[in-house]
Design a protein around this ligand. Structure first.
Ligand code: HEC
Ligand code: HEC
Ligand code: HEC
Length: 645
């Protein structure tokens, strides 16, 4: 039979027999070889990838979640999760099993077993099946995998992913953590995995990125910070995006629907538990599940717990419904772009602190990006342009990314239509695929010296060639770029004033120019010391902790674990021992402007609102001091309490 041949024959068989199913492998047009492997890695905190994507991190993680080595094999993991108690009929230990192919994510055939215990614990393991037609071939992620999952063909078992939502052993706390495991086909726990065919990454870091966690560097004592341990979540199954078997009785969508609903209701329950723990305890890993629960419930017409309810992907949350205050078409933006390409990850992200949740303007105030409403989404339009269209890094997983770009007139065009000032259209009026050069020399800046001002184009994207030019100077002044065709160079001027500098980058597909202004002001020693001289201990920490012109509230007035109003704030700057590490983890050395350390306090999407207003002269100076310090590599200094605790 044709389907059986699938398992043993080559790609030719797929072409011949795959007709009744949508084989969704698309040409990865946007994924060029010049593009770095940035999927499943952090972006705006890129500097921490080096610290977090290491085996030491994996080891610390498993030491935390499995301190007594009770889960080093799949069988032991099942025992630790009391699977022996689970059965489909037992309301206290309910077992559910489903099989489908995940066409949206990694394309695997998935054979999934879940057990929900009445004490709130939930455990799910998924046997993933991949039929490797040719190593590295995209068809490996095709429909054959579903057949293998249904037949539980051990020859094609790629491994088992598992999540356990339970208290951390030995922590003495009832707080539940979602803990991530991967087992190889022999059932042994492994600490690195290749999740998208682009190479191995240490576990469980890439899992955490898709599952809503904040990954922060290890603590001084080598342990995983609580914020990373407790911020991960389970994920709703998007029932309409899966592929079901038409041929095998028992595996059609109608026959899997009830099991999928049950698992979704288990997962929804983990959201409710995390939410109420957050409400009661306000820890830095705090996450309010309002939006994730609204979506989960809404997709089942409000009856996710009712047997027989079916999944309805046309649900549009309140924050995305058409209204006179919103531009026409927001619900289409949701159903065509945000739901299929963003919210699986983004409904699990975001923090709220204290009263921000109750505030009338919770949509624009505070919180990391979570896409709960059109307003909170569009508040990030500049970053969306940058991440989706310039860098080409969102959606953050390879398969989702390919689907997003499969039809330029589809999702990319719909989303672009909502982004103010969007201009990446080609001559035919079509949205341009990432891969064009983007010049990123950094923004306007003030410097206090006329000689050897450092310039860096390293943040530029897809750039092969570089050209720096001084295109405007104060009357009578002259200025020069030391080596105009280098990625990193410097600038010299002969008097104070504003100089406009242009960076043009190019590659085989085109070029891009970006202008910025360097203001030279020798008189400004107090706040904008020359870059190389700025140190964290004497120049930066005081700005965060003591009143200064241009900072309307010191950072530590809120970023203080002792402040009850802001209890659970995701980062504190009060303790000398970790203030420098906490700051460093929020800096992007590759692209200083993209450092969340400054992106937060300079814009509305910050729980503290605009704390440094760059439209005022003083605020602009403060911003420059931070930036010049980051551009110089963010050195600490010599104060032993802060720099060598
Ligand atoms: C590209 C994003 C992505 C990555 C990477 C990822 N997951 Fe998931 N995971 C999902 C999504 C989305 C779901 C919901 C079901 C689905 O679409 O398959 C899910 C579901 C699951 C489930 C079923 C329980 C639930 O939450 O619904 C388990 C178990 C799981 N993932 C474990 C892992 C482990 C372990 C890793 C790392 C090895 C991992 N995942 C990596 C996106 C991801
Ligand atoms: C596979 C998971 C995933 C998908 C899918 C995804 N994102 Fe993200 N996104 C993330 C993660 C994780 C971060 C945080 C990155 C970091 O902190 O470095 C993020 C950050 C962002 C940011 C930056 C926010 C900030 O404050 O720095 C923007 C903008 C963004 N995503 C837009 C989108 C859009 C638009 C889509 C859909 C077209 C999308 N993302 C789809 C995982 C995802
Ligand atoms: C009025 C209170 C308040 C002040 C003042 C304040 N913040 Fe915040 N900040 C918050 C809240 C609340 C959050 C958490 C919600 C969010 O992510 O926006 C936050 C989040 C952040 C984050 C994200 C941290 C993370 O890991 O997610 C950074 C970075 C940050 N603030 C930097 C600063 C800096 C730098 C200053 C001083 C220049 C400052 N903040 C001043 C209230 C404040």
């Amino acid at each position: 039979m044709c389907r059986y041949l699938f398992l043993v024959l080559s790609v030719l068989a797929i072409a011949g027999c795959g007709g009744e199913r949508d084989d969704t492998v698309v040409t990865p047009q946007a994924v060029t070889t010049e593009q770095p492997d940035h999927f499943l890695k952090f972006l705006n905190e890129r500097s921490i990838n080096d610290e977090v994507y290491t085996e030491a991190y994996s080891q610390a993680y498993y030491a935390a979640v499995d301190p007594n080595d009770e889960r080093t094999t799949l069988d032991d993991w099942k025992a630790a999760n009391d699977f022996h108690l689970c059965s489909p009929e037992d309301p206290d230990h309910t077992l559910v099993k489903v099989v489908f192919r995940d066409t949206k994510d990694l394309g695997y055939g998935r054979n999934m077993t879940a057990c929900s215990h009445s004490d709130g614990r939930v455990a799910v393991f998924v046997n993933n099946y991949v039929v490797k037609v040719f190593p590295g071939d995209p068809s490996n992620y095709g429909p054959l995998n579903l057949d293998a999952a249904i037949l539980e063909n051990s020859e094609h078992l790629a491994g088992t992913n598992a999540i356990e939502f339970s208290p951390v052993d030995g922590s003495g706390s009832a707080q539940m953590a979602a803990k991530f495991y991967t087992f190889n086909p022999l059932g042994r726990r492994i600490i690195s995995a290749d999740l998208d065919g682009r190479g191995k990454k240490p576990m469980p870091q890439p899992c955490l990125l898709c599952h809503g966690a904040r990954l922060m560097p290890l603590e001084e004592d080598g342990s995983v910070p609580d914020v990373s341990l407790y911020s991960a979540k389970m994920n709703q199954l998007e029932v309409d995006t899966f592929e079901y078997s038409a041929a095998y009785n028992g595996f059609r969508r109608s026959q899997q629907e009830e099991g999928l609903r049950q698992i979704n209701s288990f997962v929804r329950d983990t959201f409710a538990q995390a939410d109420s723990h957050c409400e009661a305890n306000r820890t830095p890993a705090c996450w309010y599940g309002d939006f994730a629960m609204e979506v989960a419930d809404g997709r089942y017409g409000g009856a996710i717990d009712t047997p027989g309810s079916t999944y309805d992907e046309s649900f549009v949350p309140a924050g995305w419904q058409e209204s006179i205050d919103r531009p026409a078409g927001v619900s289409v933006l949701y159903t065509r772009v945000v739901q299929p390409h963003c919210i699986a990850c983004h409904s699990l992200r975001g923090t709220y602190i204290g009263e921000v949740r109750a505030a009338a303007d919770a949509d624009t105030d505070g919180s990391a990006i979570n896409f709960e409403s059109y307003e909170s989404f569009i508040g990030y339009s500049d970053l969306i342009v940058d991440y989706v269209y310039h860098r080409g890094v969102m959606p953050l997983s390879l398969r989702n990314y390919e689907k997003f770009w499969a039809d330029r007139d589809g999702a990319p065009a719909i989303l672009a239509g909502f982004l103010p000032g969007f201009d990446r259209y080609d001559d035919q009026g079509k949205v341009m695929v990432p891969g064009l050069p983007v010049s990123k020399p950094g923004g306007d800046r003030i410097v206090t010296t006329t000689s050897a001002v450092p310039l860096s184009a390293e943040a530029s994207l897809y750039a092969r060639d570089f050209l720096w030019e001084v295109i405007d100077t104060p009357p009578g002044a002259s200025a020069a770029i030391a080596s105009p065709e280098s990625e990193v160079t410097s600038f010299d001027a002969d008097m104070d004033g504003d100089y406009t500098v242009r960076l043009t980058t190019s590659n085989l597909r085109g070029d891009d120019a970006h202008d910025f202004v360097i203001t030279v002001d020798n008189a400004l020693n107090s706040l904008a010391k020359s870059q190389g001289d700025l140190r964290f201990d004497v120049d930066i920490a005081p700005l965060m902790r003591a009143p200064a012109d241009g900072v309307n509230q010191v950072c530590t007035s809120c970023h203080d674990p002792g402040n009850a109003t802001y209890q659970g704030i995701p980062v504190a700057y009060t303790s000398d021992a970790d203030v420098y590490t906490n700051v460093l983890a929020r800096i992007d050395l590759d692209e200083p402007e993209n450092s969340i350390l400054l992106r937060k306090p300079t814009r509305m999407q910050h729980g503290g609102g605009v704390v440094i207003d760059t439209d005022t002269a003083d605020g602009w100076l403060v911003y420059n001091r931070f930036m010049n310090w980051i551009r110089a590599g963010a050195p600490c200094g010599t104060d032993a309490t802060i720099c060598a605790p």
